[in-house]
Design a protein around this ligand. Structure first.
Ligand code: SF4
Ligand code: SF4
Length: 140
């Protein structure tokens, strides 16, 4: 699987601009995300939720600072090894498999997305990354 995902630079190469860490509705957290980030920053999960999260319906979002950036953004992601699944998966999203026009829409927000890449290749990369995430996280 690694060989399939490692050949995706022609599809996406992050410029580290940080735009995806600001605004756009925030970053949702799974229970696994909460546990791993809390452990990484050496707080218990309850403290992490109260100090670093904000509720959105039945789910938790990472708080944002006054500048609109994620609370863990500081010219780069300060929790990179344990960043939420939502951050790890970008831009390899199922929604692009459902509607390929989403790839171009996402590119308008993310300069790392290569719109000139053949959509066949984009689809193959998305499928490979989703499969790798399911292997790693044990979730579909
Ligand atoms: S917006 Fe795209 S290119 Fe910029 S940091 Fe986020 S993923 Fe990388
Ligand atoms: S956790 Fe890291 S990658 Fe995700 S939004 Fe926050 S700073 Fe960005």
């Amino acid at each position: 699987m690694a060989s399939e995902t490692s050949n995706c630079e022609q599809v996406f190469a992050c410029t580290r601009c940080g735009d995806c860490c600001r605004g756009y509705g925030g970053t949702y957290l799974s229970e696994a995300d909460i546990a791993s980030i809390a452990e990484h920053i050496s707080v218990d999960p309850e403290t992490f939720v109260s100090d670093y999260c904000t509720p959105s319906g039945s789910r938790m979002l990472l708080k944002q600072g006054p500048d609109g950036y994620c609370i863990f953004w500081d010219t780069l992601c300060t929790i990179h090894p344990v960043k939420p699944r939502m951050c790890r998966q970008w831009p390899y999203l199922k929604s692009v498999l459902v509607d390929e026009t989403n790839w171009r829409s996402m590119a308008s927000m993310c300069p790392g997305i290569r719109t000139e890449a053949p959509m066949e290749r984009v689809r193959a990369c998305i499928e490979a990354f989703i499969a790798a995430a399911a292997d790693r996280d044990g979730e579909p």
